[in-house]
Ligand binder design. Sequence first.
Ligand SMILES: C[S@@+](CC[C@H](N)C(=O)[O-])C[C@H]1O[C@@H](n2cnc3c(N)ncnc32)[C@H](O)[C@@H]1O
Length: 228
Amino acid sequence: MKADRAWLPDAIDLDWIESASAAIDPALGAIEAAAAPAGIPIVDRHTGRVLSALAADRRRIVEVGTAYGYSTLWMALGQPADGTIVTVDPDTERTAAARRWWREAGIADGRITQVSAPALTAFAAADPALAGPFDLAFIDALKDEYGAYLDELTAGGRLARGALVVADNVLWSGRVSGSRPAADGDRVTVALRAFCERVMSDGRFTATILPLGDGLLLAAWRGGGEGV
Ligand SMILES: C[S@@+](CC[C@H](N)C(=O)[O-])C[C@H]1O[C@@H](n2cnc3c(N)ncnc32)[C@H](O)[C@@H]1O
């Protein structure tokens, strides 16, 4: 089907969506204010709202790439009160700051488990916190490792049946589709394109990409695993 290209949402639409949405938790605002000057990349607010909605009935979440815990907090606020999140990031300075903001937001101790190691090392070490099964996996760390994270989730038996796999930055500012040129030998673009094509052609997933922020891949797992 041909897309209707006569209209695409612009900044005014996005501002209206924001003005019509519920006010954000002050801790989320504090993270936004701290992340920008520190040059810490976090998901945009619209993506945060989507993550929060997706987390609504997902009790066991795993996240790869915590940073200041912004996406973690959106998901924790959307989850049922007894939901848990395991989030992985080797940068302990960032993740210590994240803990303070989660506390400010009133997230109960014990709901969020932090793993302070590179994700592939932690998965390979069979860290019990990462055993799963998980109902939602959010991937937002090293872009050229997305495929390897996915292997750990699928072949590693860490996804419950019906689990969602969500990954940020998959359009990579237009370089993945080619709408904007990538530099010669840009291995991140090549890796992200291969990751997207692999997930979207894998019959065990029902998958698409939301053109939101820098591109959000959304894939429902139909493979093996326990029911959600
Ligand atoms: C884009 S930021 C995450 C942002 C966060 N998801 C948010 O939206 O609030 C990527 C994070 O991945 C972390 N990272 C880098 N290498 C990693 C690895 N091998 N495994 C897990 N995390 C890694 C970085 O320290 C950084 O904090």
